[in-house]
Design a protein around this ligand. Sequence first.
Ligand code: AMP
Ligand code: MG
Length: 520
Amino acid sequence: MNLKIKDTFTSQLPADAILENTRRQVEKACFSYVTPKQTANPEMLHVSPEMLKALGLTAADAKSEAFLNVFTGNSVLPNTKPFAMCYGGHQFGHWAGQLGDGRAINLTEIEHNNKHWALQLKGAGETPYSRTADGLAVLRSSVREYLCSEAMFHLGVPTTRALSLAVSGDAVLRDMLYDGNAAYEKGAIVCRVAPSFLRFGNFQILAARQDKETLKTLVDYTIKNHFSHLSAPSKETYLQFFESVFNNTLEMLIHWQRVGFVHGVMNTDNMSILGLTIDYGPYGWLEGYDAHWTPNTTDNQHKRYRFGAQLEIGLWNLFQLANALYPLLEEAEGLENILNTYNQKAADQYIAMMRSKLGLFLEEDTDVELIFTLEEILQLTETDMTIFFRNLSDFSAKKPSEGLQIIQDAFYVPNEVSDSIRQKWNLWFTDYAKRLEKERISSEERKQKMHQVNPKYVLRNYMAQLAIDAANKGDYQLIDDLFQLLKKPYDAQPENEKWFAKRPDWARHKVGCSMLSCSS
Ligand code: AMP
Ligand code: MG
């Protein structure tokens, strides 16, 4: 196994002086050295061929004993020193102090084809940041993270990647619903990959501790290594850095709204500084289009991180990052000026994205109303988001009266589509048809373009659960089937039509399918 090691984090940033693996507050440092835990009986379940190639590894490497050992934490790559990062964060709107990599251990950073990658094991044992928990991950959440991060990549959504999924052979105790029914589950380890795993929280913890020196070191490091198109560090550059993070974050969130992804835990420790989707926990995919939906039962009461609030929360989180950078700028004006552009930019980008989903390429003033009316009607009865937008590409502006028929497969309970709802749909289709008449492209061309932004296949919550149920019984075939399916989410794949279907009834209220807790 030949990886070109190129550490930047540990060589350019201050390390925790204590080497013991004990839980503690870590000050004046960005990370702590820590060795992954030895596992009882590791077994590799799946490896991403795309990621393997991106790292400069081969299929033969993936089958080797060395690969298994390194990516389950049982041996450490030569000339590397694994470490856990120190970060804090706002959880559900409240400052939570130090959090850190409690169950993630960075193995090293590597370079291949002029790209830089950090390799990180999730679930490889405790670290100084594990607080009251065990540093481990269970198979169910690891399958979800592994499949979803690669699926998001293929959907064109900025994301951390996944190289491998393994079981550890250890049993892990979890109270899945936090209801006093703890049980043992299979332990698992995912190797995640990203140019950097830095989060807003890495900066916030230093500002909160008034450690301006380390804060400056970390910001300068981040600019030099990950925003290298910016000039040498200065107050001006810090503002440009913030603006880049701001733009990347917004871009990511617009993609989430496009594909119907709900992160579930948009705490500031789960916001990547590179604008990547990170920390796949109780995430979910919209089935019925519903702005109020969140898969996270822990957030059931306030639904802070519901689908329709994700853009707003993005601004709230960027505000916290701005606060963390303030000590380096010593004046708020520049940061505020950038933050003040958020609402308009988000609205413009959202409308542009929705236009693309509807196959509209010109910009008309009436588009906003057309889009908002559609969102209202979509929520009158349970209507599958993915099926609706995919099938809408078959709509003909010449036959608006056929609209309802074209999208009828998207209705979960056809009986609920009352006459008054039908009437609203028909009016909307009439407006949509009129609007399409203004476009200059052919309907065939429009259909093609709509298929490029409206996926046919997403990792529906029940699909992941089917793969998990089988995996818990030792059958890993469905993991591979879904992995292959989700590599081409925009393709017709007629042989896989069974996955282009509404969530089955049995999954409506099943744990793991519509209800997920943070326990993982
Ligand atoms: P999350 O909600 O998964 O983003 O995690 C919030 C914080 O809790 C992070 O600092 C995690 O590292 C930590 N954490 C979550 N699960 C565990 C675990 N099983 N062991 C140790 N730390 C954990
Ligand atoms: Mg997290």
